[in-house]
Design a protein around this ligand. Sequence first.
Ligand code: C5P
Length: 326
Amino acid sequence: MGSFTKQKSSYIRAIFTFGVFFLFMFFQNAVIYVFLKQSADSSRGGLCACDKCVTDLNDKDWFILRFNPTVPFLLNRRNSVLRASVYRWWTALQRESSKVNYTDVVDTLFSLFPDKEHYSDAGPDRCRTCAVVGNSGNLLRSHYGPLIDLHDFVIRINMGPTEGYEKDVGSKTTHRILYPESAVDVDNSTHLVLLPFKIKDMRWLISVFTTKHITHTYTKVRPTINANRDKVMIIHPEFIKYVYESWLQKHGRYPSTGFITLIFALHICDQVDVFGFGAKGDGNWHHYFDKSLTQFSRGPHGGDFENKTMNELLLVNKISMHKGWQ
Ligand code: C5P
């Protein structure tokens, strides 16, 4: 009887020891698993669900010094009050022909267009891929169309058409960035994104959807365009100043539409692929759709510095560049 009790208690001890050992191994492995998963996440960025994310835990100082995740990129009523320095800088870009009250204009804007906070959904589960499509002639014969259309967002700029050029530039347009002097019709599913260089640009947008009376800024502009009012967005004036100061270190007088669009994409996308950027060998900005040429070093934009910054973005793995064949 005594030996039976002894045997029983040694069984219980063995089971208990095994149980403790099992639990120890289980928790140890769980800790190792969590640790390995966290370091795998941090080595691939872990801040979005793409393989490569715009914002990354391992970002280089060069990028951290320039990228400000808190800057307002799209205007709404709540963020519309401008600091005096922003207001002064922005209203000096293109001279206003008449005195207008910015606050009244913003009020009218958001009685007509969506007053929302857009794209505040970044996180570890989102992988939003974006194609930024500039207007360079290097798109011709590129056959990039199908590749461009694979992106979640396809952001086009100014007048760059798709019709007739689908093979090289694609056919999808989710966003079109424009200003009055570069305006074209956009289809019903596309976001018209106004890039305002002056208050009159905002008044023009209001006029397009109401009285249609604004026909002239510093040049003739279209009094009306086709666009979906519920999809209108407006770039924040502070964002333009931020691009100029943080990203262009004040080179040129103000950034080009294409460069602002590229930085805008860095703020709303997780992965950015760039198409249709690049001058001809002689420094002229040529288009894939017309014969116009702009010598960018003589214009208001610091074209060389914009190129330099884009190359740096490429080097630190924040964008991919598709340069075509010309
Ligand atoms: O000529 P446009 O301003 O409409 O072109 C849109 C943008 O595409 C430009 O602001 C510029 O950033 C880019 N572009 C370029 N090389 C060209 C033509 C345009 O990088 N040859």
